[in-house]
Write a protein that binds this ligand. Structure first.
Ligand code: ADP
Ligand code: MG
Length: 552
């Protein structure tokens, strides 16, 4: 009778569950898992540290709606993979971490790289398990994938001891479950939908906030119809950008501060009232603000601010319900209100301010000028990864997205160091599209070695390093006694572009707008990855803000 081993059972089961991409680093005891994955038609991407591999797997979940897999060795490797597990968990993205483990019959004996892996993963996963025997691996793989995509999406963990991976079982003793279906598009009770519209009709200063939950649920059609039919002003969270065109006439993004502060009714579409949205509290929000909150996760509704109307369900389905009521009883918010005048005035004022900085051709350049070049040259459909304190923040106001899921960044958990991995995931999921990874020099450093990965797989990512010689703020020179250097300082004028040339990519060191323009053009045409190292003014800053970014 034919037999099958544990490695193949994992690969075949995951492939059947729609897992198409696996990132990882092989070693004891998981060599065979990677080989089996390739044989079963899962694309395996060998990376340089597990942290980056796990960030890439998490990003695949966001881009595709099915979990990306991260494969790690036992002990230390699995522990590094918790980085991505936590990132996926906090962002509500499906991801599956596969940890190799020491032999089950050596449990507790001080085996090679033995660690309490299932327990370690538990806090940051919706589901953690070590299969009880090899024959049941397919059962656990289906449970894991189904759990990761249903309800609020999230991370899951499976643990595989060496002896289970190498076990041979009779094929007849194994059942591989069918692919679990896409999650149901759950709807809200019609009475609540009606109530939401009633509240909206009473609003004097309404605002729609679009978050990455709307992007994840692919609700773009419904959300666009909703804002266009009601003519409500909207703004987005960083990763909600593009669900409706950032440059839509109803976007009040440039007036974000005013819009949040003075709105009396806020419609929350897949955005949490966490630190990114200043908790929905004063001084950033009106203390009497009413919220209409749509979220798939019932526990999220009412967090920090009790919801006036909570609609628990899938955003695409629930906004579709709102649209149905609106089709029967249309409601359009008037364009000649004091609220629209106040917002429009602020939009014009702030746009002009940013435009001035974008047009400043002075050398050394600032962030705005560099980002403007990217905005002008990026072809439609480009996916942008943006990371680094200033780089990420400023890119939100300069880089405009026409389509959803075109931006990925440090997101909810504020994870710095995700950049190269997320760019690799973006390019792997979307081979035909351009990917530009805009990194601060400090952010780039966390996983800089992954440029080798990008070169090895010939992923034509354009890495733009906005280099200010430091973390947040930079310096022009370092003191003679290097141990007296400011803690945030890095090597002055570091030649990061040289790294990539050792792997077959192309490096550019640029200082002027003309050099930037020429090198970006070339890099976007190249079939290999490039690094454009832009030496900016170390003192360059963002536009001053009224409130500190972490206003309590
Ligand atoms: P942002 O960072 O863009 O503000 P968050 O990650 O804070 O977005 O919020 C996204 C919210 O979307 C989460 O609370 C999550 O539960 C919710 N969500 C995820 N998928 C769906 C879906 N299909 N339908 C409704 N809500 C969803
Ligand atoms: Mg920097």
């Amino acid at each position: 009778m034919a037999t099958i081993d544990g490695n193949t059972l994992i690969a075949r089961s995951l492939k059947r569950q729609g897992v198409e991409h696996m990132f990882g680093i092989v070693g004891f005891p998981v060599f065979g898992v990677a080989a089996a994955a390739q044989k079963e038609g899962i694309q395996f991407v060998g990376m340089r540290n597990e942290q980056a591999a796990s960030y890439a797997a998490a990003a695949v979940g966001y881009f595709t709606g099915r979990p990306g897999a991260c494969l790690t060795v036992s002990g230390p490797g699995m522990i590094h993979g918790i980085a991505g597990l936590s990132n996926a968990h906090e962002n509500c993205w499906p991801m599956i971490l596969l940890g190799g483990a020491s032999n089950s019959y050596q449990e507790g004996m001080g085996a090679f790289q033995e660690a309490p892996q299932v327990e370690l993963a538990r806090y940051y996963s919706k589901y953690t398990a070590r299969p009880d025997k090899a024959e049941r691996i397919p059962f656990y793989c289906e449970q894991a994938v189904r759990t990761s995509i249903n309800g609020r999406p999230g991370a899951v963990y499976l643990d595989f001891p060496d002896d289970m991976l190498s076990a041979q079982v009779e094929e007849d003793d194994v059942t591989i479950p069918e692919r679990c279906p896409e999650p149901p598009r759950t709807m809200a009770p019609t009475a609540d939908v009606q109530r939401a519209i009633d509240v909206l009709r009473t609003a004097e200063r309404p605002l729609v906030i679009i978050g990455k939950g709307a992007a994840y649920s692919r609700a773009e059609e419904e959300v666009r119809q909703f804002v266009e039919s009601t003519k409500l002003p909207f703004l987005t969270s960083p990763m909600g950008k593009g669900v409706v065109d950032d440059e839509h006439e109803l976007s009040v993004m440039p007036a974000r501060g005013t819009a949040l502060q003075d709105a009396d009714v806020v419609v929350l579409l897949g955005a949490r009232l966490n630190w990114i949205m200043h908790f929905g509290l004063t001084p950033r929000f009106d203390e009497n603000v009413k919220t209409i909150q749509i979220d798939i996760h019932a526990e999220e509704i009412g967090r920090n601010v009790p919801a006036e109307v909570g609609l628990c369900g899938d955003i695409k389905a629930v906004v579709g319900q709102l649209n149905e009521v609106l089709e029967a009883e249309p409601f359009t918010y008037a364009s000649d209100t004091p609220w629209w005048s106040a917002l429009s005035e602020k939009v014009t004022e702030n746009k002009a301010f940013v435009q001035n900085m974008m047009n400043d051709d002075a050398v050394p350049m600032g962030y705005y000028r560099v980002l403007r070049e990217i905005q002008e040259q990026a072809p439609p459909g480009t996916i942008i990864q943006a990371e680094g304190a200033n780089t990420m923040d400023i890119s939100r106001s300069v880089l405009m997205h026409k389509n959803p899921r075109e931006r990925i960044d440090a997101a909810t958990f504020g994870t710095m160091g995700v950049g190269l991995a997320q760019a690799i995931a973006a390019q792997v999921c979307h081979p035909g599209r351009k990917v530009i990874c805009v990194e601060g020099d400090s952010a780039f450093g966390f996983s800089g070695m992954e440029v080798e990965t990008a070169c090895r797989y010939r992923l034509p990512i354009v890495f733009v390093i906005i280099n200010n010689n430091g973390i947040g703020m930079g310096f022009d020179e370092l003191p003679e006694d290097r141990f007296q250097s400011p803690a945030m300082a890095y090597t002055i004028q570091a030649g990061y572009e040289k790294m990539i040339e050792g792997f077959g990519g192309k490096g550019y060191s640029v200082r002027t707008p003309d050099e930037l323009s020429a090198s970006l053009k070339q890099a976007l045409d190249d079939s290999m990855p490039s690094i454009i190292n832009v030496h900016i003014d170390p003192q360059a800053r963002a536009k001053p803000q009224k409130h500190h970014w972490l206003t309590a």
